[in-house]
Design a protein around this ligand. Structure first.
Ligand SMILES: [Zn+2]
Length: 468
């Protein structure tokens, strides 16, 4: 067992200059938790849901005024029952295939016996949920007008399985919205995504239509009132349609329907970064004018949401891959070059150990376990997997060529979209598709960037410079 870092509650220097996805949220959640618990985390104590159980679809009808919901799930049962995490909910009524059943809840787990061996059953759960506060940042927060259940707080908003392995296709309807405000949410996510993906944002939104990609995906930005609001939205999304088009044309079709976009959210004083709530990603108000933040969240439609990670130890498959493809797409559509930003603002302080910011702590970004770390208390929950992961891909591109790497990333995406995968699967595919003569160099990069604590020699130039 490792000693967890002492996380503190301050806005990082890096975040103050604008940050990649989630960076500010690292601080938010660290601030939200009990400080003593952060120093002495309990062992992972998640309820057991059989891995063979499969929640196929979840229809969510939420009344944000009444703080009440009805979730209708189609589930493939396991071990003769359906097991759902309802630990943040007050369950009032449960039906199984339309017949009322008496809810049996043990340690926050709703267990419903399923007679016979049906392929799938329909479970409907009516419940009340609590309003959450920005201090805990783990559910519907009326004071901010936004929901947030990453990484595994879905059961504060709806009955769920927080496991990364179980992807779910969501439909949603929202009631109880204050007059004059607009709720932005997907009526359907169309494809399977992680349990932390669905979200709603409520505010005085104005829609900015951005355009349509070659494949026909229509994109919009929804921005909040404020000084320079339209200018900021326009600046941040200047290359968003182009980058989205690049992802679709290069890696494969978008998984979450024909309409998508980006929603400005007010997360309070820490409104940096974003969250991959596809098809309507959230981007913090301080970063809404930042092209990297916008394209990064869009990129999670391919990695993180489209292809889920199999365990939190594979965080680099989500964040490292997305950080790389965001920079790659922006370069290819003549947007800004992000490599100096990645290296100078994040990689150097990580590698030099020169920052007191707990999100810039060095760590090995690809642990050799799966499902064993206490993620939110582990150094892996930092900006380090974003940057070392992006550098790994950048250097692989230097060896095999960026177009060849794009082709492999696309093959990986089309093979695994809608499923969970491991970073090792990506490494294996990159090696398999490379010339035999390039494989030793690729294996050295795996070791340098993913499996080593120390950053390699000349790390800054190696990462930022294409072609070497
Ligand atoms: Zn991200």
């Amino acid at each position: 067992m490792r000693v967890p870092p002492l996380r503190s509650c301050f806005l990082s220097d890096a975040a103050a200059r604008g940050a990649a996805s989630l960076l500010a949220l690292l601080n938010l959640a660290a601030c939200g938790g009990d400080e003593d618990e952060a120093r002495h985390p309990k062992p992972i104590d998640r309820p057991e849901i059989p891995a063979a159980q499969d929640i196929q679809t979840t229809d969510l009808a939420l009344d944000l005024g009444a703080l009440a919901g009805k979730a209708t799930l189609v589930v493939v049962p396991s071990a003769g029952k359906v097991t759902l995490d309802v630990s943040g909910l007050t369950v009032t009524k449960v039906t199984l295939d339309g017949h009322a059943v008496t809810p049996e809840i043990t340690s926050g787990m709703l267990q419903i016996p399923v007679p016979g061996a049906p392929d799938a059953v329909t479970v409907a759960v009516e419940y009340a949920f609590r309003a959450r506060t920005p201090a805990t940042f783990d559910g519907w927060m009326p004071s901010l007008g936004v929901s947030f259940v990453w990484p595994y707080s879905c059961s504060n908003l709806f009955p769920c399985d927080p496991s990364l392995s179980d992807g779910v296709s969501f439909t949603m309807s929202i009631a109880g919205v204050e007059d004059g405000l607009t709720a932005i949410y997907p009526t359907s996510t169309r494809g399977d995504g992680p349990a932390y993906m669905p979200a709603v944002a409520v505010g005085d939104y104005t829609e900015l239509e951005l355009g349509t990609t070659t494949a026909g995906t229509t994109l919009s930005a929804w921005y909040l009132p404020g000084r320079n609001a339209l200018e900021d939205a326009t600046k941040g999304t200047a290359h968003l349609v182009g980058a989205f088009d690049y992802f679709e044309q290069t890696y494969g079709p978008y998984h979450f329907g024909p309409v998508a976009g980006t929603v400005e959210v007010d997360w309070g004083a820490d409104s940096w970064g974003g969250m991959e709530h596809h098809p309507y990603v959230h981007v913090g108000k301080f970063d809404f004018n930042d092209e990297e933040a916008q394209v990064h969240e869009a990129g999670h439609g391919w990695f993180g949401d489209g292809v889920r990670i199999a365990c939190w130890e594979d965080f680099v498959l989500s964040e490292g891959t997305t950080t790389y493809i965001a920079a790659r797409a922006l370069e290819q559509v003549e947007g800004p070059n992000e490599w100096d930003y990645y290296v100078d603002d994040f990689l150097v302080p990580i590698c030099e150990g020169s920052s007191h910011d707990p999100t810039l702590v060095n760590t090995i970004v690809l642990p050799d376990t799966c499902g064993e770390i206490d993620f939110v208390h582990d150094d892996l929950w930092s900006i380090t997997p974003y940057m070392k992961g992006a550098c790994f891909y950048e250097e692989v591109a230097d060896v095999i060529g960026p177009d060849a790497l794009d082709q492999t990333i696309g093959e990986f995406y089309t093979t695994h979209v809608g499923q969970a995968a491991r970073m090792q699967d990506m490494i294996d595919l990159i090696e398999a598709r490379a010339e035999a003569s390039d494989r030793p160099a690729i294996q050295a990069l795996v070791s340098d960037w993913l499996l080593s604590f120390d950053c390699p020699e000349n790390y800054a130039d190696r990462c930022r410079t294409h072609g070497n």
